[in-house]
Design a protein around this ligand. Structure first.
Ligand code: S3P
Length: 169
């Protein structure tokens, strides 16, 4: 059993930003699954979706998580928004450490990601509808993987970091 601090949640819920701040607060390093995949593949997530497709990306995600589970030491791990959807990934997460679900309302996500071009799944005519649909379809998976659920609208970035550090000390 590892003792990592894992942040899950929808795109734009703040995993990456909070992960970096938490890393300073807890004095442990942070690793992001998307960034690890981009580094290994030497291209962006968007390019992976465009050239190899979502299915290939999901396999890379599972492989990335497996590798992280084999590493020792304590880290903050920030996941892609879709990582917990795959049941195999949820199994790996169980042994990886404490999973914090950063839960956000669809409207919050929509406002935050307005104009973003890096999320292939939201490049569509009606992103808010897509956010609602995807979020609805993923909620059970997020909840199943979570040890703690925090509503991001209830916190400032600073108080959210403090709360997670307290839960995972
Ligand atoms: C995805 C979320 C993205 C990235 C990819 C797919 C998803 O990560 O993994 O675009 O399926 O929700 P972020 O949650 O960091 O944006």
């Amino acid at each position: 059993m590892n003792n990592h601090v894992i942040l899950e949640g929808f795109m734009g819920s703040g995993k990456t930003t909070i992960g970096i701040r938490l890393s300073y607060k807890m004095c442990i390093s942070v690793i992001d699954t998307d960034k690890a995949i981009e580094k290994e593949q030497k291209c962006t997530i968007r390019e992976i979706f465009d050239t190899k497709g979502e299915e290939a990306f999901r396999l890379m995600e599972t492989e990335c998580l497996r590798k992280m589970s084999e590493e020792r030491g304590r880290r903050i791990i920030t996941l892609g928004g879709g990582t917990p959807v795959c049941s195999e990934n949820r199994e790996v997460l169980k042994g990886l450490g404490k999973v914090i679900y950063l839960k956000a309302k669809p409207e919050t996500i929509y406002e935050r990601l307005r104009g973003d071009t890096t999320r292939p799944l939201l490049q569509c005519a009606d992103p808010l509808l897509k956010i609602r649909e995807l979020m609805g379809a993923r909620e059970d998976a997020y909840m199943e993987a979570a040890d703690y659920v925090l509503n991001v609208e209830d916190y400032t970035p600073e108080s959210l970091v403090d709360k997670i550090a307290e839960l995972c000390k």
